[in-house]
Write a protein that binds this ligand. Structure first.
Ligand code: HEC
Length: 123
């Protein structure tokens, strides 16, 4: 019986470990959790896809984004940081509601860096 319990524990641990390490780095995994805890996922989709209110994140990294002033920009770390800290500075073209602004007391620079890693790893 003890052997059975130990085996169950090992299996549970092994599947846990492979889930997070195959998909995301440690920072990316922190970013994924933050996106859920802070409510980003509520608008942008639980896994960065099937978003309800904001754009999907999956498939965005490195692509050209059209802004509502007619210019384009690349979806990269700078763009993501600006989208979160001062979303009014660069709205996406199209019929979106406004992305809420997150100040440093709601989301620290370190946490934002983790979210950037998460979005990059989503691809
Ligand atoms: C109330 C819904 C809502 C929440 C919550 C929200 N967003 Fe957004 N987000 C939007 C909308 C709508 C847009 C598109 C309009 C715009 O560019 O302002 C957007 C745009 C973005 C963009 C630019 C995406 C693109 O494809 O151009 C990024 C990056 C982003 N959000 C990140 C975040 C992060 C990170 C959080 C959490 C800290 C978050 N958002 C929370 C609604 C939301």
């Amino acid at each position: 019986m003890f052997a059975g319990l130990a085996l169950t524990a090992v299996l549970a641990f092994a599947s846990c470990g492979s889930d997070s390490s195959t998909e995301f780095s440690a920072a990316g995994e922190r970013g994924r959790r933050l996106a859920t805890d802070l409510g980003c996922a509520g608008c942008h989709g639980g896994d960065g896809r099937d978003a309800t209110i904001g754009p999907d994140w999956t498939g965005s990294w490195g692509t050209e984004i059209e802004l509502d002033d007619g210019s384009t920009t690349t979806f990269d770390a700078v763009y993501v940081e600006r989208s979160v800290r001062s979303p009014d500075a660069q709205r996406r073209a199209g019929d979106w509601i406004r992305m809420p602004e997150y100040r440093a007391d709601q989301l620290s620079d370190d946490e934002l860096a983790d979210i950037v890693v998460y979005l990059e790893e989503l691809g």
